[in-house]
Design a protein around this ligand. Structure first.
Ligand SMILES: [Zn+2]
Length: 261
C-alpha cells in the first residue's frame, strides 16, 4: 500500500471514530434532554381525572411526549402528541364546558394557522385539543361534554409534521402547560412516553356508589339498573361546571402553534 493510500485509510478511520462518538453524544443528549423529568411533580395516575382522548380499546403511538425533540419545550413542556390517522374520533380526556372551537383552517406547515378546541374543566383548568380536521368539530361553544364524549375528528392542520392529536392542559391564565397523568395508562407512571403505544380506557365513568353494583345492576336490564342509570345521569350533570366564561376572555386567538400553551 502506498503512503498516500495508507494516510487516506487512517483519515477515514479517524472520521468513522469521530462520527460514532458524535452519534453517541447526540444519543445521550437526546435521552437526557427529552421526556418527562422530576416525576414527583406529576399527580398520581390512580386519581387522575384524565383518560386518553380517543375511543376505548384503540391504540395509538405517542409521537412526542413532554419535553419533546421538535417542540413541547418551555411553557409547552407538558404537552403530548399522539399519532393517529386523519378523521380519528377525538374524545374528551375530561368532562367540562366547551369554551373555544376553531376548525376552519386547512393544510399544514410552519406558518399555517391551527385548529383548536378547548374544554374548561370543573376546577378551572383548560384542556386543549389541536390540529383537528377542517370542519371536524362535533360540539360547539357552550356545550357541556362528558369524559369520553366525541369532540372532533383528528387532523393534520397547522404546525404539524404528521397526522396527530396534540393535547395539553393549562390553568385559566393559559400561560403554561400543567403536568398531567392519564388514569388509563397503567404503565410509565401514567405519563405517555415517546414512541410507545397506549390503549385507551376512556369509557363513561360510574359514580363511586355505582362502582360497587354488579354488572347486571349497571346494565339497565332490570329496574335496579334503570334506577342506577338515573342516578348516574344526576351525578354527571351535577359534576359539570355551571358557569361558562366567554370564549374571548379565556382564549386569545392566534396562539395556535403546536408548541405553545
Ligand atoms: Zn404537539
Amino acid at each position: 500500500m502506498s503512503r498516500v493510500a495508507s494516510l487516506l485509510t487512517t483519515k477515514r478511520r479517524a472520521f468513522a471514530v469521530l462520527f460514532t462518538l458524535a452519534l453517541a453524544g447526540a444519543g445521550t443528549a437526546y435521552w437526557v434532554g427529552t421526556g418527562p423529568e422530576d416525576l414527583s411533580q406529576y399527580p398520581s395516575a390512580n386519581q387522575s381525572p384524565y383518560r386518553l382522548p380517543w375511543t376505548v380499546g384503540q391504540s395509538y403511538r405517542c409521537a412526542q411526549s413532554n419535553r419533546g425533540i421538535v417542540s413541547h419545550r418551555g411553557p409547552g413542556r407538558f404537552a403530548y402528541d399522539f399519532a393517529m390517522p386523519v378523521g380519528t374520533e377525538v374524545r374528551a380526556a375530561r368532562g367540562g364546558a366547551v369554551v373555544f372551537v376553531i376548525v376552519s383552517h386547512d393544510g399544514h406547515g410552519l406558518r399555517r394557522p391551527n385548529n383548536r378546541l378547548v374544554i374548561r374543566h370543573e376546577d378551572g383548568t383548560l384542556g386543549h385539543y389541536l390540529h383537528l380536521k377542517k370542519g371536524g368539530s362535533r360540539v360547539k361553544v357552550g356545550d357541556l361534554v362528558k369524559q369520553g364524549q366525541v369532540l372532533a375528528a383528528s387532523g393534520h392542520v397547522g404546525r404539524s409534521m404528521i397526522p396527530h392529536l396534540h393535547f395539553h392542559v393549562t390553568d385559566s391564565s393559559r400561560k403554561s402547560t400543567l403536568p398531567i397523568t392519564f388514569s388509563d395508562v397503567g404503565k410509565d407512571a401514567g405519563i405517555p412516553r415517546m414512541f410507545k403505544t397506549y390503549t385507551s380506557g376512556n369509557v363513561q365513568p360510574y359514580p363511586r356508589a355505582e362502582q360497587t353494583k354488579t354488572r347486571w345492576q349497571r346494565s339497565g336490564v332490570w329496574w335496579l339498573g334503570a334506577e342506577s342509570n338515573r342516578r348516574h345521569k344526576d351525578f354527571q350533570s351535577s359534576a359539570l361546571p355551571t358557569e361558562l366564561p366567554s370564549q374571548h376572555s379565556v382564549i386569545k386567538p392566534g396562539t395556535t402553534s403546536c408548541g405553545k400553551a
